[in-house]
Design a protein around this ligand. Sequence first.
Ligand code: AMP
Length: 380
Amino acid sequence: MKKRLGIIGGGQLGMMITDAAQNLSEYISEITVLDPTENCPAAQAGAKQIVGDFKDEIAILKLAEQSDIITYEIESGNTDVLSKLKAKIEPSPSTLEIIQDKLSQKTFLSENGLPVSQFYDITSLDDLREKIKDLGLPVLLKVRRDAYDGRGNFKIASESEIEKAYQHFDGKSLMVEKFVNFKMEVSVIAARNTKGEIAAYPLVENIHEDNILKMTIAPARVSDDVISNAGEIAKKTMEVLKGAGVFGVEMFVDQDNKILINEIAPRVHNSGHHTLQSCKTSQFEQHIRAILGLELGSTDLVHKTVMCNILGPHGFEGKYKPVQLERDGAYLKMYGKDISKPQRKIGHFNVVDLSDSKDTSELLKMADEIKNSVSIIPLS
Ligand code: AMP
């Protein structure tokens, strides 16, 4: 029987889930999203929209009335409300609850034998000083909830910064973790369906600027050992977390080639956008297959790909000129956001080695050339 799909969050991730759901019309009869922005990206892609806040109980109940199965593109959903709903929620509210709190997530991972940087709960300024004595500097002080793109992190490199860092997050629940001197940030996009079957995409390399993902290189330029180790860690993470769906497992490769998990995203992930062209099954289709309990699609990387985010430039907020890209092997996806804001994700493009003959360095060069032609220019 066909299912009515509900999505909490209708930004670019909800938009690309909507695109994929429309291609799976033999399984999905209609798509409704809950998003506070009128005519959000997912609505532009054809989903029905309930305009409301992601945490608004009445709006969530309305979404549940119109859905047989609900998923989400953001991890800040209200788990109390979600766990009371009759509609099926995937990934499950209990999985979401573990992940939403960075401290409970790290505790859960380490209790399950998964590698993470050493961390502690922080209850006071004195407590922070004590824990730093144990960890040594530098450390990263982190807000436990509702922080993304690094906004809730404060690096403490010297004793004199401890108090400032603590005051910076005035009154918020905090944790502290040893700073990892990583040589690369990587991630695995992994899927687990409701029957417990697991499939993982190949390891990719992520380049951040100001804590925001700028570029993903698929596959990551690391040794086979690192690739297989990271793949195993991601699969084990999926086994212990149990929820169904696609998850982003963000990891560090340290100076000794050891893998440490940084963070889990219980949803499709920016570092998986390359799969739209590089793999037979995109992460968005895979997510729907996983939550519906269908057989998972192939995760093989068919073509080497470099994905670049298109971000709103600094110092400008407003409408911008249409962005176009016509070049063989380059694929543009704009998210339909009317207004550019500094560092806002407006779109992305994939540079794909369709002929399977290019080095990563050639793809990177091409991506660099394209970047200028797809920049956001104010509409005068
Ligand atoms: P987060 O929001 O916690 O995922 O962190 C955002 C970024 O901060 C990551 O992509 C890393 O670049 C950096 N980061 C987070 N945790 C650590 C850590 N323990 N050591 C070094 N860098 C970190």
